[in-house]
Design a protein around this ligand. Structure first.
Ligand code: ADP
Ligand code: MG
Length: 250
């Protein structure tokens, strides 16, 4: 059973191709890393899968049904730099937004929903910040609030865009632990990631992307120097030992 199947996605911005013929299929209950250099189209891929962008061509299915009909079971944690953090709202409300699929737009969250949202904040260590404006949180705290929102949503397939960017080590640990819990519950997680050192530890599957897929499959098969060099061009030299030296902690 595939949780996600992507066929032939191509995307252009102002007639410039950003993604070309991207196809891959992700098994249920796995954690997949989407890896590639800056500008490779990683964020574009996630946004086009989620239909937040118009695509030139392509077809996306979630559990073998058109993604349009599956939105309720999809969670999305956008890249932190793409979020308007000045939007006047507090941490608890951001988490409650994750429940709109369950509550219904324009309906007030009931006590049970609020309690659940607070539990999610607690799970990421943010219970003391429920009423804090999101503009007044640190980067790591903002990321934790987004994590709580994703958790509150109780989706089956999660998309996370660079969740580790600019967060401290303890937040990174909390995020990876949550991802592994989700996986243990049979959920499927896709993560845009750029730290090559942690790829072996974090992901079962890897999609190496540079406009089009360079390689896709199980991490140990795909995450090789040869493939990395193809994806990153000549810029990979300083990473010579990366694939071999990452096996320290699990
Ligand atoms: P990544 O997330 O891998 O760093 P992106 O998906 O953000 O890459 O971007 C892929 C390419 O598309 C880049 O060359 C980027 O400059 C371009 N791009 C991204 N968003 C837009 C946009 N809204 N308008 C025009 N070009 C864009
Ligand atoms: Mg990006």
């Amino acid at each position: 059973m595939y949780a996600l199947s992507v066929k032939d996605i191509s995307v252009t911005y102002d007639k410039q191709l950003a993604l070309e013929n991207v196809s891959f299929a992700v098994p249920e209950g796995s954690i997949t890393g989407i890896i590639g250099p800056n500008g490779a189209g990683k964020s574009t891929l996630i946004k086009s899968i989620l239909q937040l962008l118009p695509t030139l061509s392509g077809n996306v299915e979630v559990f073998h049904k058109p993604i349009k009909s599956q939105k309720k079971i999809i969670g999305y944690v956008p890249q932190r730099s793409e979020v308007d953090w000045d939007f006047p709202t507090n941490a608890l409300d951001v988490v409650l937004m994750g429940r709109y699929n369950h509550i219904g737009l324009f309906k007030r969250a009931n006590k049970k929903e609020v309690t659940w949202a607070k539990t999610c904040l607690e799970k990421v260590g943010m219970q003391d910040y429920a009423t804090r404006q999101i503009s007044q949180l640190s980067g790591g705290q903002q990321q934790r609030v987004f994590l709580a929102r994703a958790m509150a949503q109780d989706a089956k397939v999660y998309f996370m865009d660079e969740p580790f960017a600019g967060v401290d080590a303890s937040t990174e640990k909390a995020i990876i632990q949550l991802m592994k819990e989700w996986k243990a519950e049979g959920k499927t997680v896709l993560v845009v990631h750029h730290d090559l050192q942690t790829v072996n530890d974090y992901f079962d599957h890897v999609l190496l992307l540079n406009k089009s897929p360079i390689a896709y499959g199980e991490t140990q098969t795909v995450f090789t120097l040869d493939n990395l060099e193809q994806a990153y061009g000549g810029k990979i030299a300083f990473l010579q030992k990366a694939p071999a030296t990452v096996k320290e902690s699990t």
